[in-house]
Design a protein around this ligand. Structure first.
Ligand code: MN
Length: 206
């Protein structure tokens, strides 16, 4: 099943040219599902929000990144599922390749499904995803607490548009802006510049 889910991921990439994981390696088994947010300096800087579900990473591209202010609704465009080993990927995709640019692991941790249906009964993450209303709790290094992903009606060239919204709880904060106050990698503490420079100085190895 998860092999099939990665078809779009593989179709878009040339792994002889991109250092990104192929997803063919054995995936690590996590006792709690993981989430990762990758800061991606492609043609337009964005944040890729990824949640582990059934052996792959569901993904959304968030142009402005997450906001801790519950009044802010951040556009999140659904993108192709990514392989589990993408969660640790940090490096530089060559400019002429799909998604060319520097990738950083901006936040990482675990998540829990908190979705409820219209009658306020708990529902599975996959059902919530289909219904277009997913509620999650995040335990990351930078992001914590409740978040909602809500699908909107509008579509652009088949891409689903969702909204990423911080839920009101003790982790909500209208003033703190982690995208600017905590810009660096939680994996290596490197900045985007550092990652790009390290990629230039090392031999490419592939
Ligand atoms: Mn991206």
């Amino acid at each position: 099943m998860s092999q099939d889910r990665l078809r779009h991921y593989r179709d878009r990439r040339d792994f002889r040219r991109s250092p990104e994981p192929t997803g063919s390696g054995g995936r690590k088994v996590s006792s709690r599902p993981i989430f990762v947010i990758q800061k991606h300096a492609a043609s337009q800087l964005h944040y890729d929000f990824r949640l582990e579900l059934d052996g792959a990473l569901m993904s959304w591209a968030v142009p402005k990144g997450p906001s801790l202010d519950p009044r802010e609704r951040r556009l999140a465009v659904r993108t192709e599922d990514h392989p589990m080993d993408y969660a640790d990927f940090e490096g530089v995709i060559p400019q002429q390749e799909y998604g060319g640019g520097t990738v950083m692991v901006w936040d990482a941790g675990t998540w829990k499904n908190r979705s409820r249906d219209n009658d306020d009964r708990p529902v599975s993450a996959s059902r919530a995803l289909k219904a277009g209303k997913l509620q999650v709790e995040l335990w990351g290094r930078k992001l914590r607490g409740g978040w909602a992903l809500i699908r909107t009606d509008s579509q652009d060239s088949g891409q689903e548009k969702w909204l990423l919204i911080k839920q009101k709880d003790e982790h909500a904060d209208a003033r703190r802006k982690p995208t600017s106050s905590q810009p660096d990698s939680v994996l290596t503490e490197r900045s985007l510049k550092d990652i790009a420079a390290d990629d230039d100085s090392g031999d490419s190895g592939n």
